[in-house]
Design a protein around this ligand. Structure first.
Ligand code: IMP
Ligand code: MG
Length: 189
């Protein structure tokens, strides 16, 4: 006798897909070409912010066929909700100093700007040769702190999105697309 095990799929909680996987892949390849042209011969370090930027970093770096190194920061800004607190804390700092290096910050989404203001300041304190920003998503309607974006994937409307690294309560990061949750999902955790 076999027992049927039914596992709810995170994809079932999605109301609408904003950016499907091929659309993301095409744009990431374009960003890769821009970044390759900009950093050829500069031995840059890509500093990525855990955990949301991981899928983006993994795809982007494979579209940049020059010498690069990687480092990671982990910060907390939101806790488990969808509202920003404005308070940013470093949970994990860089493994190597970036003094004198060309730094490209690789981030998933720029929302209010509190997180990146803190991260960019933290990096600039270490006297790198340059610091530039690549973000996959930009929600300009939510901006409180002005931040210059050097490489931008997509502008999106003021909606809370999940997938391709982005979470709600630590879930949905593994979806291969970016979408909006069904309203009834909020409040489940
Ligand atoms: P900011 O400090 O408000 O700019 O927020 C940046 C961080 O908030 C991002 O790195 C994400 O972790 C999180 N965040 C902002 N908007 C969203 C969203 O729509 N979905 C999931 N996470 C988000
Ligand atoms: Mg993030």
């Amino acid at each position: 006798m076999t027992t049927e095990v039914r596992t709810a799929s995170p994809a079932d909680d999605i109301a609408e897909i904003l950016l499907d996987a091929p659309t993301i892949a095409t744009r990431v390849a374009e960003l890769g070409r821009e970044i390759t042209a900009e950093y050829a011969g500069k031995d840059p370090v890509f500093v990525s912010i855990l955990k949301g930027a991981l899928p983006f970093l993994a795809d982007l770096m494979r579209q940049v066929p020059i010498a690069v190194s990687l480092d990671f920061l982990e910060v907390s800004s939101y806790g488990d909700s969808t509202e920003t607190s404005g308070v940013v804390r470093i949970l994990k700092d860089l493994a190597h100093p970036v003094e004198g290096r060309h730094v490209l910050v690789v981030e998933d989404i720029l929302d209010t700007g509190f997180t990146l203001r803190y991260v960019l300041g933290h990096l600039r304190d270490q006297k790198p040769a340059s610091v530039r920003l690549c973000t996959l998503l930009d929600k300009p309607a939510r901006r409180i702190v002005p931040i210059q974006i050097d490489h931008k994937g997509f502008e999106i409307p003021d909606r809370f999105v999940v997938g391709y690294g982005l979470d709600y309560g630590e879930r949905y990061r593994n979806l291969p697309f970016i979408g909006v949750l069904k309203p009834e999902v909020y409040g489940r955790r």
